[in-house]
Design a binder for this molecule. Structure first.
Ligand SMILES: C[S@@+](CC[C@H](N)C(=O)[O-])C[C@H]1O[C@@H](n2cnc3c(N)ncnc32)[C@H](O)[C@@H]1O
Length: 391
């Protein structure tokens, strides 16, 4: 990733983002981190008479933006600066609409970052170590908007799905009327595998009771909405997850209900190699074509490190391996910290294995994983895995 996280929106996504916005009467549009102007171009096409304000830290983008948008205010600015509104020449609370595809970077040592978050009423829902530049950009956009003004912002998957951001999601719903999320197709942005979503917010608007989640296909077509109660925003806001788990009505129990014990391997891959252990890592799933792992016994190793006959093994983290599953047929593989072992009462073992390795089970695991590039399936989430109740 380059220092300014310069991944550009394809033009169809710019139109998709802008056309889904609700505001019709627009006098002022802002785009901070304008890049090569795809979002602003789509906004200009929709609201032809609006005044446009653009900022970017990269001087080349500002030279280009002045050519594309000759009537716009285009300034080279650090959008993370606490005085952004003044520097942009737009007082707080002036803009009708903001469009944004911010950089996703750690936001350490930004002077006055809590002043920025406080001005957007987001200071009490995020701990300092979790603040990233996209969150600061959201706050800056909210400062620039008038009450009721609308923001459409492209956010990384973690913001939509990770438990670290549950309070922030709740605050965006309750304080800034988050009403819709569109999930963009994976690998939509050139040079990155990032999964992203568009959040639609209205500054200080009344909270909605239901949130619309929509998936977008690679050619930009929108899929049928899934509507979730706003309280579920705390849990997660991704279309792919809610569209799979959405009310089938089938009788299910979860791994948690079944008392499954889920343990992640204790050693890193490097430690296993350095200690000459018989280990099982994510790359080993494909070594056992019938998905039955056969290993030597290792009775002297700590129980916490190893799996045993009957355990189910699943990848915990990876970019392309999350669909695998295996069972231990014999012996005691040492598990790396990228692998889970699931231990379950023998009565349920067959049903759990069948469910986890079924097409639906694989889809569930892939959708439940979170992360921008290498995706991680959290243990708490996995405990909610639904197993058809055949009893
Ligand atoms: C992910 S790109 C998106 C560009 C464009 N909005 C788009 O959708 O294609 C992020 C943009 O933010 C700019 N940027 C990064 N850090 C910035 C900062 N601190 N202040 C202003 N712009 C910044 C980058 O130069 C880049 O153009």
């Amino acid at each position: 990733m380059n220092a300014w996280a310069q991944f550009y929106t394809p033009q169809p996504a710019g139109h998709l983002l802008v056309n889904a916005m609700l505001t019709d009467q627009v006098q002022t549009v802002v785009d901070i981190g304008v890049g090569s102007g795809q979002l602003l171009r789509a906004a200009q096409a929709r609201w032809q008479d609006a005044r446009l304000f653009a900022a970017d830290i990269d001087p080349q983008h500002i030279v280009a933006a002045r050519t594309y948008f000759p009537k716009a205010v285009c300034l080279r600015l650090d959008a993370l600066h606490v005085c952004l509104p003044t520097k942009l020449g737009l007082a707080e609370g002036q803009a009708d609409v903001a469009v944004c595809n911010p950089p996703y970077l750690p936001a350490r040592d930004i002077p006055g970052v809590y002043d920025i978050l406080r001005a957007a009423d987001l200071h009490d829902c995020i701990s300092a170590k979790r603040i990233t530049t996209d969150i600061v950009f959201i706050a800056q956009n909210l400062r620039l908007l008038r009450t009721g003004g609308e923001l459409a912002v492209i956010v990384p998957d973690g913001l939509a799905t990770h438990s670290h951001y549950a309070d922030l999601r709740q605050a965006l719903c309750e304080r800034h009327g988050l009403y819709r999320v569109i999930q963009l197709p994976d690998r939509f942005f050139a040079r990155t595998e990032a999964r992203t979503h568009i959040f639609y917010l209205r500054k200080h608007a009344e909270p909605v009771s239901d949130i619309r989640l929509t998936g977008a296909s690679p050619n930009g077509d929108l899929m049928e909405d899934v509507v979730i109660p706003a309280e579920l925003a705390r849990t997660r806001l991704d279309y792919s997850f809610h569209s799979v788990t959405d009310g089938s009505g089938a009788s299910v129990v979860t791994l948690r209900d079944l008392g499954a014990e889920i343990v992640r391997g204790a050693l890193t891959h490097k430690e296993c190699v350095a200690n000459n252990l018989y280990y099982f890592h994510t790359t080993d799933f494909k070594r056992f074509p019938n998905r039955l792992a056969v290993y030597p016994a290792a009775p002297s190793l700590p129980e916490r490190w190893v799996a045993k006959q009957g355990d189910i093994l699943l990848p915990r983290v990876g970019a392309r391996c999350l669909h695998y599953a295996a069972k231990v047929r014999s012996g005691n593989p040492v598990l790396t910290d990228c692998v889970y072992r699931i231990r379950i009462e023998s009565d349920w073992r067959k049903a759990v294995w069948k469910a986890l390795s079924s097409v639906d089970g694989v889809l569930w695991r892939q959708h439940a994983a979170h992360g921008v590039c290498a995706r991680t399936l959290g243990k708490e989430m996995l405990l909610d895995f639904p197993v058809p109740n055949l009893g």
